[in-house]
Design a binder for this molecule. Structure first.
Ligand code: DAT
Ligand code: MG
Length: 140
């Protein structure tokens, strides 16, 4: 397996409930290393741009409102097979379907307020990292 980089967001619902450390611990325990990390309050333009792929979906407006409601933590995670590994640690989008031990099973409130975002493929990982981080913010 190759060393990969993926992009992660600890979403507003989790940051509000003081879960940053518990969620980062899940990544670290699985061998993913945070090589860039910052707390930001996303603008509406950022949230709409980031989730543009979902703009025709019925939940788009609610998704954007949830993402800008309060601060998030954005990260670049590095590790062997990081993209798939992160998706496994996160669990299914709907916490009702998420496996035991996953972040969404333990912490998500609903399908919308599901605590974390993670890139789903190498192309989206590269795009999403660039969307929030400049090269000099990534310290591998
Ligand atoms: P994921 O975040 O697991 O990659 P996705 O890309 O399909 O899931 O959707 C992006 C986000 O949009 C998801 O984390 C929460 C929200 N969302 C998806 N499906 C939804 C639904 N049916 N109702 C409400 N929000 C939804
Ligand atoms: Mg997705």
């Amino acid at each position: 397996m190759a060393l990969e980089r993926t992009f992660s967001i600890i979403k507003p619902d989790a940051v509000r409930r003081n879960l940053i450390g518990k969620i980062v611990a899940k990544f670290e325990e699985a061998g993913l290393r945070p090589i860039a990390m910052k707390k930001i309050h996303m603008t509406r333009a950022q949230a709409e741009g980031f989730y543009a792929v979902h703009k025709e979906r019925p939940f788009f407006g609610e998704l954007v409102e949830q993402m800008i409601a309060s601060p998030v933590v954005v990260q670049v995670l590095e590790g062997e097979g990081a993209i798939l590994k992160n998706r496994e640690i996160m669990g299914a989008t709907n916490p009702a379907n998420a496996a035991e031990g996953t972040i969404r099973k333990e912490f998500a409130l609903s399908v919308g307020e599901n605590s974390v975002h993670g890139s789903d493929a190498p192309e989206t990982a590269a795009e999403e990292i660039k969307f929030f981080f400049s090269d000099d913010e990534i310290v591998g």
